[in-house]
Structures are given as C-alpha cells and as structure tokens.
Design a protein around this ligand. Structure first.
Ligand code: AMP
Length: 544
C-alpha cells in the first residue's frame, strides 16, 4: 500500500517569492526606466514594501480575493509591484497586450471581469477609447506620480488615479493570505489571430514551479551575480516568469520601460551592466543592427535567451562569433506559462566546430524538467523520435494549460495539449519546430517549412528580415513566396537571393517569387504577422 509522505504541506504561493526576496536579497537592486524617461533604482525590500502598500490600497477600494486587476503596461517597477500585490492577495493579475485591437481589448477586459485597470501613460489614448465600454471597471490607475498623469483623462474616471497617490500613506505591512496553490494567479490571453483571444489562467503553483526551474544553470541561469534584462514584455507569458525567477535567485533585474529600439537597449545594457537578456528575435535584430553600425561591443552581456519565434541561425552565429554572447533558444507559448524547451550546449557540444554548435542552438532544444513532449500524426498516433518524422507537437506538464478561462471543456486530447506546431524530435530528445500548422506550405503534396526557408534567407548578409508564406498555385497547390526587408543601404535583387537559396535548400523549396518591403508587419508579441502578409500577398502568384 502507498504510504503518505510525512512532510509539511506548505502551498507554493507568489507572495512567498516576494517575501523570500525581501528577506534574503533585501538590498539587491531593481532598475527601472520610467515611461517619461529617467531611470529609477529601488531595492527588493522597497519593492516589497510598495507591493504591500498596493495590496492594502486595492483592499481599500473594496476588491476581494478572486477579483481581477488588469495591467496595460510596459516592463517597469510599478508593474512588478502589481504582479506581487495582486496575485499575492489572492486576486488575479490580468496582463493585457496593449497592441491587441481595441475591440479585442474591450472583449478581454470584460471577459476577465476586471475591476481595476493599471495603465502606463503611453496608453492613455487607448484607455480613453475603451473605458466607456468596460462598465465593471471601478478605477483606472495610471502607473505614475500625479505630475505625470496624462493630459487625456479617461472618460470613466474624470480624474484618473495616480498610482503613487493610491499607495501613499498605506501601511507597508500586509498579511498575505494563505490558500490552495492551485488558485488562479495570473491571466494572459492568447493573441487571437482567429476568433476571440482565449484566456490562460496560471496558478500560483504553475508559476512558482516554473520560476524555480527557470533559475537552473542550464535554463536561464539566474543567480545573485547576474543582472537580467527581460525585454520580453510582462504582458506576454509573464515575461517568461523572469520577474518571479529573479526573486527566487536574488538576481538584479533591469526593466526597460517603453523604449525597445536597438540604441536604447544597448545603452541600457551597457549603463546597467546587464549580463543576461531575454526577448524575441525581432528585438535582437534591431539591437545587432545598432551594434554593427556603430562598431560597438557588449562589455558585460554574456548570454541572451531567445524565443517566441525561431531564432535565425545567422543571428546565433553573429552573437556568438562576433560578440562572444551565448545564445539560448527556447520554445514556449501562452499556454505553457513560460519556456518549455530550450537548446543548450553540453560540455561535449562546446568542443564541436562553431558550425555544428550554431546548428544545435538553432533547434528548439530539450524539455526542461517538469515537461514532456511528443509528436503525433493526423490520427493521433505517436511518431518515432528519429529527427525526421514530423507531426503535431503535444505537450504536458506542471505548467501547461488544462482548459481556457471560462471554457466548459478541456483543451486536452488524451491528457496532452495540442500546440498547433509541427515538430520533429531527435533520438536525443532535441525538438525542432518545423512550422505552425497554419503556416506550413504544402507543395505538390510535400511540406515546405517556412521557418527553414526564412532562416536560410536571413543568412544572406543584405537581409534584415525574411518571411515566407504559401501562395495558391494551380499545379502545386501552394508555393512559397519570400518577403524580404533589406538592411539599410544594402543592395539585393531577386536573382541573387534565389541563387543564394538554391545553394542551401532543395530545388523545389526555392520560392516562386520575392517581394521587397520596407518593413514586415509585427504583432504585439514581436512576431511577424503572417496572416496579415497572407491577406496582402497571398494571391500574388499568377504564373503557370
Ligand atoms: P505565443 O503564445 O503568442 O507566445 O505563441 C506561441 C507560438 O510561438 C508557438 O506555438 C510557436 O508557434 C511560436 N514559437 C515560440 N517559440 C518559438 C521558437 N523558439 N521557434 C519557433 N516558433 C516558436
């Protein structure tokens, strides 16, 4: 007969992370760029005091455990305080992506039943446009001092509250309630490219487990010696749980505020001696362009963690060879709380030639402890882990969604979450994303990976960004169309890029046509919006 373990049953709660940080890493710094410009420095102890003040203030507004509080905000210290104050007091922190269509924003604020909205002054016009359509919201709070309140007050609150006024005079002690660790803590909606966005309600347990795992040396590798810059937004999958993990590890955290262009990020990295950064590939393209043009170096940054879309191999190579920055490439989605797989180099891998190392990092890697993956065919049968058989990626684990917020049925198939990604898994467990089910190009009955083609095109020195979509073709059903953005000042024409690709991919993969653009449409989470490109260019091919 099974025997019960005889250990204490202490719940895994987000408030516990904050109090650990405050007690053990009290003087560690949180550096934050304000929306209006200056950089402020607070200690973790101060962040904790201010979070407790906010918890008292929210209680003072009449909010109860289970209520939802939304944020429409950049990565900054007030947003961090709210992360802890809201979830810690048993409420749900609903992080909103400000770049959703305003109607979608209205939909998610109402669907989540948010009572208070915390917003950055940047988003004041947006708040003004949507406030009247969100009748349940009783307070709109601008994350600033009174003197930095926006000129355009939201119509729902003749005088929007300033965050600093809200917390001023509140006690800096708060008895964090204890409750079941499976309680909802944070709510994040998917980007909703088809239909309404769907809410993923992370539990305290899923976040604490992920945050602890994220600190491991072979995951993000956070420690008291590191200064971590999450460029990945706090409204996108909990900024990969870095705001929580930094508290576990006692890492110094640097929050970039609204300015995410290459020059601003570089300046912040250097000024604040950032050692680890995390973000999507498009952000790193901007950063590297700035560094290349200025002939600059990174003096402290030694690692960058990339995910959200495939990291082109050419960028991995550049970070590594030209700048000595290690790249870790992760895969995850809103439904997985944060990173679920990560490519990393073992001691033996580090001995390999550079080319082989970059190829390893370009794949999406191995699962982190707590997660399992498999790939299945269209009938749901598990495919072999041979690195070749490709099918839909299925995932399960302690921080994977079971059902969407307010959904009456599970999102799982036989206990696994179907990701909508097409992948292969190699015998050593390394997973490679080949495509999204909706992006993969079916040509003459065979699959062409848009990601592989994009990566190959990004390897050309004149290419700043590349995207590939399928266009209808009378004979082959679909053919690839390549959309390119040239680097500033670079000259590149269609014959040259097609010849370049012909040397790197199978002949029948070479795109049917090439369109040069000034920029690719990028969504709120930094991903190229392929559905936009399909709408605009999907019918371009008219040849035979
Ligand atoms: P989101 O929930 O908006 O973060 O989108 C998740 C999706 O982004 C995944 O299902 C993948 O299609 C894609 N994705 C995330 N990370 C990667 C990666 N490293 N390589 C390729 N695709 C990725």
């Amino acid at each position: 007969m099974l025997k019960p373990g005889l250990m204490m049953d202490r719940p895994l709660l987000i408030s516990g992370l904050l109090e650990h940080g405050a007690a053990q890493h009290a003087t560690q710094e949180v550096v934050s760029r304000e929306t209006h410009g200056p950089t402020v420095r607070l200690s973790i102890a101060q962040i904790a005091r201010r979070a407790r003040q906010l918890a008292n203030a929210l209680r003072g507004l009449g909010l109860q455990p289970g209520d939802a509080v939304a944020s429409i905000a950049w990565n900054n210290h007030r947003h961090l305080e709210a992360y802890y104050a809201v979830s810690g007091s048993g409420m749900v922190m609903h992080t909103c992506n400000p770049r959703l269509h305003p109607e979608q924003l209205v939909y998610i604020l109402n669907h989540a039943e948010d009572r208070v909205v915390l917003f950055d002054s940047t988003f004041a016009p947006l708040v003004q446009a949507i406030a009247a359509k969100c009748p349940r919201v009783l307070a709109w709070v601008c994350l600033s001092e009174r003197e930095h309140l926006p000129d355009t007050p939201s119509p729902a609150a003749a005088t929007p509250l300033a965050y600093e006024d809200l917390i001023a005079g509140q006690p800096d002690t708060f008895d964090w309630p204890e409750f079941d660790e499976k309680t909802g803590a944070v709510l994040c909606y998917t980007s909703g490219t088809t239909g309404h966005p769907k809410g993923v309600l992370y539990s305290h347990r899923s976040i604490v487990l992920n945050a602890t795992t994220a600190c491991l040396p072979d995951v993000l590798g956070l420690s008291t010696r590191e200064s971590v810059l999450p460029v990945v937004p706090m409204f996108h999958i909990n900024a990969w749980c870095i705001p929580y993990a930094a508290m576990v590890a006692g890492a110094r955290i640097v929050l970039p505020g609204p300015r995410l262009d290459g020059a601003s990020l570089y300046e912040l990295m250097e000024a604040e001696k950032v050692t680890i950064s995390a973000g999507v590939p498009t952000i790193w393209m901007g950063l590297l362009q700035h560094v290349e043009q200025g002939g600059l170096r990174f003096s402290t940054m030694h690692r960058t963690c990339v995910g959200g879309s495939a990291m082109p191999r050419a960028l991995i190579e550049k970070f590594n060879e030209a700048y000595g920055v290690e790249v870790r490439h992760g895969w995850g989605m809103t439904e997985t709380t944060a990173i679920a797989t990560l490519s990393n180099l073992s001691a033996a891998d580090w001995e390999r030639p550079a080319d082989e190392r970059h190829a390893i990092v370009a794949r999406q890697g191995k699962v982190v402890s707590g997660i399992e993956i498999k790939v299945v065919d269209e009938q749901g049968a598990t495919l072999p882990r041979d690195g070749v058989s490709q099918g839909e990626l299925m995932v399960r684990g302690q921080w994977i969604v079971e059902r969407y917020h307010k959904a009456d049925r599970t999102a799982l198939v036989d206990g696994w979450f179907p990701t909508g990604d097409i992948a292969t898994i190699a015998p050593d467990g390394v997973m490679t994303i080949r495509d999204r089910t909706k992006d993969v190009i079916k040509s003459g009955g065979e699959w062409i990976s848009s990601i592989d083609l994009e990566n190959a095109a990004a390897g050309h020195p004149a290419v700043a960004q590349a995207a590939v979509i399928g266009i209808k073709h009378p004979k082959w059903d679909e053919r690839p169309l390549l959309l390119l953005v040239r680097k500033p000042g670079a000259a590149l024409e269609k014959p040259e890029i097609l010849a370049f690709l012909a040397e790197r991919v199978a002949k029948w993969w070479v795109p049917e046509d090439v369109v040069f653009l000034d920029a690719l449409p990028v969504g709120g989470t930094g991903k190229v919006q392929k559905n936009e490109l399909r709408k605009r260019y999907g019918g371009v091919f008219s040849g035979g």
